[in-house]
Write a protein that binds this ligand. Structure first.
Ligand code: AMP
Length: 417
């Protein structure tokens, strides 16, 4: 039998693995500049965390969760996103009682959704994001947008994305808006896909982000939530827009932007690549998620980057992962007898933070050089019985082909020049 990866999953090999570790390192460095701390949560949660947190009516909960009964017959779900799990962790550990508010958590890891695999859409994918819990007002709404932009800047993508924003409002506003939407969509039910026909009763807001062309056509003329916002919500939304303008952050108002997760109740936003359907990053403000999951009335804001989309976006723009160049050495013992000498040299190099690889195969020197070239290493260290006896090495620069003899105890001094 030929084994294949599970549909919708993928391997990170070679360059892709380098992108992933570069993004991870940069991500935690930049989020820490905004005083976020990494918060590591389990990959799985009891299913209610997501059904309550993300919302029973969301597509994620209705159709996309990897849920199963464990051997104790408890329903467990592989996380489809991080926000609900982080909030569960904050509430369970009562961090709101012991930590300074807002609690600033950052994360990067895999999420799982049973979606139709296609470009930029996987069943197992990486998300990197933050949650800022215990906020009041709009300060952190704007600050996390600044954080997204700082991240995009580090990846040289800040001038290649567009920011869309909308404001969803609290329960009362959503109820009024939902009734208006239900009424509107009922009048167009014959023009809609089967899924959206069902969504009219389950969750009409979700019709606004259906990807089917005919539903998008109907949705384009649907009522806009901004007409239903309370005075306080309007004032908050205006304050956000004013601050973005003050900071010189360009944005576009998309009155039908709703995002796929039901907990958002204020600002929602997305960063998109022009002419692409899929957002590279999305987020927003939630008022009730902490109390929904058994905690006090605390508001939060957060965002999440899709790391595979970020990698693709970097590749499309010829942006390579940056890595600190460390000199690398290929140790070529010309005789089996001197393998101990080769081991000593490798140990010395590695202890001094240089990359060292030993050729254990023996054989002809020409084939050793070929291997060094394929491995893309910087220097060859050629040692024979004479060198081992004299405690020297032949150091060959594999780029310039220059070769010098160096005493073993001067090796580090010489190569650090
Ligand atoms: P969400 O958790 O739905 O707010 O999504 C946050 C980000 O995760 C999106 O902007 C995407 O970049 C990424 N994302 C969501 N679903 C997928 C998926 N199935 N495959 C790859 N990336 C995804």
């Amino acid at each position: 039998m030929d084994y294949q990866k599970v549909k919708g999953t993928h391997d990170f090999i070679g360059e892709d693995a380098k992108y992933l570790s570069y993004i991870r390192e940069t991500f935690f460095k930049v989020t820490s500049l905004f005083n976020y701390n990494e918060h590591v949560i389990p990959t799985m949660e009891y299913s209610e965390v997501f059904s309550r947190g993300v919302g029973e009516g969301s597509d994620v909960v209705r159709k996309e969760m990897y849920s199963f009964l464990d051997k104790g017959y408890r329903s467990v779900t592989l996380r489809p996103e991080f926000t609900a799990g982080i909030v569960r962790s904050v509430v369970e550990n009562k961090l709101y009682a012991t930590e300074v508010l807002p609690i600033k958590s950052s994360y990067l890891g895999q999420s799982f959704r049973y979606e139709r695999p296609q470009a930029g859409r996987y069943r197992e994918f990486y998300q990197g994001g933050v949650e800022c819990i215990g906020v009041t007002g709009i300060d952190y709404d704007v600050e996390i947008i600044q954080l997204c932009l700082e991240l995009l800047k580090r990846f040289h993508l800040d001038d290649k994305v567009s920011l869309s924003i909308n404001y969803l409002g609290g329960i009362e506003t959503r109820d009024k808006y939902t009734s208006a939407l239900t009424q509107y969509f009922r009048g167009h039910i014959d023009e809609m896909c089967d899924d959206c026909k069902e969504r009219i009763t389950v969750n009409p807001l979700r019709i606004l982000d259906c990807k089917e062309e005919r539903d998008q056509k109907v949705a384009a003329k649907a009522p806009e939530i901004t007409s239903y916002l309370s005075e306080k919500e309007k004032a908050d939304y205006d304050a956000i827009k004013e601050r973005l303008t003050l900071l010189g952050i360009e944005y576009h108002e998309d009155t039908h932007l709703v995002r796929g997760l039901d907990y958002y109740s204020g600002l929602v936003f997305e960063f998109k690549v022009p002419f692409e359907d899929n957002a590279v990053c999305g987020g927003g403000h939630y008022d009730n998620l902490v109390s929904e999951l058994g905690g006090p009335e605390l508001e939060g804001v957060g965002f999440s980057f899709g790391i595979e989309r970020l990698i693709q976006f970097m590749k499309d723009n010829n942006i390579a992962p940056e890595s600190k160049k460390i000199k690398s050495f290929y140790i070529m013992p010309l005789d089996k007898e001197i393998s101990n000498y080769a081991l000593r040299i490798a140990k010395l190099l590695r202890e001094n933070d240089y990359i060292a690889e030993i050729n254990y195969d023996g054989g002809k020197i020409a084939s050793m050089f070929k291997k060094a070239e394929r491995l893309d290493l910087d220097y060859g260290i050629i040692i024979g019985v004479d060198e081992a006896n004299a405690k020297t090495v032949q150091l060959k620069d594999l780029h310039s082909q220059e070769q010098v003899t160096i005493p073993f105890d001067k090796l580090i001094e010489e190569i650090s020049k």
